[in-house]
Ligand binder design. Structure first.
Ligand code: ZN
Ligand code: FE
Length: 252
């Protein structure tokens, strides 16, 4: 059994603590800060085995050095980003596999938000830790990659089983949903999702994780082939439509 604990930090970041109860191994995904992670480890009586980083931005790696100093954990990150992520022990690339006890994660390269961005997919646990590549009803901004690169990366995530839980690194859902509704106002799944999301947020609850299935139904950045969007943008090529939506969202 893989325990997953979601720790909200900073303005809208999520850190995830993963624990395999059989082996006792524990990993943390994208520790923006160290203190809240140390507090949960202490409370649970868990020892940190690994830090798994998705990309080099400070709101994903800010706790690396302190956590390693206090726990002696090993830091795993994209080989491509070894030079710009603090204290990396092991560089990894697409198709590499990370083991946490008997659980395993496949590494998928998802350039676009940054050029070295990777995500961790625990197939047997139906869990995807996708950093700033895919958000609930949205996707990451293009800081280093092209629209074509991020589009290509999202195609890989779209292909995962619909029941896969999407553990993204930010609570951006409400703003993303408001934008999505401007693009697809008649999408019933999207309208219903927004009602749920508004209720969760009104109660101070997270809207993350969603699932790949929900994203396929509501996320405009995964819906470049939807008939509504194709009609609206007159048979535009999917990657061009994606680029256009990304530009629209940037100025939304
Ligand atoms: Zn980022
Ligand atoms: Fe971020």
């Amino acid at each position: 059994m893989l325990d997953i604990i979601q720790i909200p930090v900073l303005t809208d970041n999520y850190i995830y603590l993963l624990h395999d109860s059989d082996s006792g191994e524990t990993a943390v995904v994208d520790p923006a800060v160290a203190e809240p992670v140390l507090a949960v480890l202490k409370q649970k009586g868990w020892q940190l085995t690994y830090i798994l980083n998705t990309h080099h931005h400070s709101d994903h790696v800010g706790g690396n050095v302190e956590l390693k100093r206090q726990t002696g954990c090993q830091i795993i990150a994209s080989e491509f980003d070894k030079h710009r992520i603090p204290s990396v022990d092991r560089g990894i690339k697409e198709h590499d596999v990370i083991n946490l006890g008997t659980h395993s994660a496949q590494v998928i390269a998802t350039a676009g938000h940054t050029s070295g961005h990777i995500v961790y997919y625990f197939a047997e646990d139906n869990a995807l830790f996708c950093g700033d590549t895919l958000f609930v009803m949205g996707c990451g901004r293009l800081f280093e990659g092209s629209a074509a690169e991020l589009w290509q990366s999202l195609q890989k995530l779209k292909a995962l089983p619909p029941k896969t839980r999407v553990y993204c690194a930010h609570e951006y859902t409400q703003a993303n949903g408001r934008f999505a509704l401007t693009v697809e106002p008649d999408n019933i799944a999207l309208q219903e999702k927004m009602i749920q999301v508004n209720e969760l947020r009104a109660n101070g609850l997270p809207t993350v994780p969603s699932t790949i299935g929900e994203e396929l139904a509501t996320n405009p950045f995964l819906r470049d082939l939807s008939s509504t969007l194709q009609a609206k943008f007159k048979g535009i090529a999917p990657v061009e439509l994606f680029a256009k939506l990304r530009r629209l969202k940037d100025s939304f």
